[in-house]
Design a protein around this ligand. Structure first.
Ligand code: BGO
Length: 272
């Protein structure tokens, strides 16, 4: 029986290595990713050796600029992991969720583990994981690797079978003006990309991501049509394509975080 591959993805210092070690124990193999000096680590889930965890390099985004991001991107797009576990540092939620918005677009079933909850609680912050889960469309589980809390729920998630269609609508929806453009680009490219990766490729084309544009080998006519759609949207929204996407991601995250976080000091201010 082939093992199910599950990728652990997160920002540097989110606690990814600590979680990977906790879930796999001593049962790990270490090498390098092909062509780059970036360490590749995998290991079986202690409780179920049919589940292989792939520890991806710590990254802030899935842009094509650094070797770490390149390795993570290629793996996620080409090696088709069964599931993703996105580890997020709960003390730095807004910054960490930037990567999450990109991971959601890959069309792979995913869960989010909010780590460092021991620190979050100590700082007097309440994170409403149900609200985050509702807004992001995927399970969000609070954990503390150091305190070993919440890890049973993570193991349950990792062992879930994938449901057909599970991932279809779980990605952030942005400003209407952008969504109209993305919808038009989707129509132009849908015959050329796997259905579950359509959102990813559409957004990358809108950003004029060089590697994706090179790889897709679209006809000159389609490329010109896409460029026209981007330019019209840039004019309407008064920004370049890449900045439009970055700003939309941050707007989406800051609205979601504002709804999902309560700080103790806010309480004190209201009652005094
Ligand atoms: C040091 N809670 C707390 N409080 N800390 C955690 C948790 C948690 O749930 N999970 C991880 N950490 P990595 P990446 C350290 O190494 O797993 C800590 O980059 C130190 N080191 O112990 O390495 C973890 O793989 C000296 O902290 O993250 C580690 O994602 C003093 O977060 C750090 C204090 O974890 C990063 C901490 C010499």
């Amino acid at each position: 029986m082939t093992k199910r591959q599950i990728a652990l993805v997160g920002n540097p210092n989110s606690g990814k290595t600590s979680l990977f070690n906790e879930l796999t124990g001593t049962n790990q193999s270490v090498g390098n990713w092909p062509g780059v000096t970036v360490e590749r680590k995998s290991g079986n889930l202690k409780e179920n050796h049919q589940i292989e965890l792939q520890d991806l390099p710590g990254i802030y985004s899935l842009s094509p600029y650094s070797p770490e991001e390149g390795v993570a991107r290629d793996y996620l797009l080409e090696e088709h992991p069964h599931r993703l576990l996105n580890i997020v540092d709960g003390t730095n939620l807004e910054r960490n969720l930037y990567l999450s918005t990109q991971l959601l677009e890959l069309g792979i079933p995913m869960a989010i583990a909010i780590n460092m909850m021991d620190v979050v609680v100590k700082e007097g912050t309440i994170i409403n994981c149900e609200k985050l889960a509702y807004g992001l469309g995927v399970p969000v589980l609070p954990i503390s690797v150091v305190k070993k809390s919440g890890l049973d729920k993570i193991k349950e998630q990792l062992q879930l079978e994938n449901n057909l269609g599970e991932k279809e609508i779980a990605y952030p929806i942005y400003d209407d003006r952008l969504e109209v453009a993305l919808n038009e680009i989707e129509g132009l490219i849908k015959a050329y990309v796997p259905k579950h990766q359509l959102r990813w490729f559409t957004i990358k084309l809108f950003e004029r991501d060089v590697k994706v544009v090179e790889k897709m080998t679209l006809s000159k006519d389609i490329q010109a049509e896409i460029e026209e759609i981007i330019q019209i949207t840039e004019k309407i929204m008064d920004e370049d394509g890449e900045s439009i996407i970055i700003n939309e991601r941050y707007d989406f995250i800051s609205q979601l975080v504002a709804l999902s976080i309560v700080k103790e000091k806010d309480f004190k201010l209201t009652v005094s």
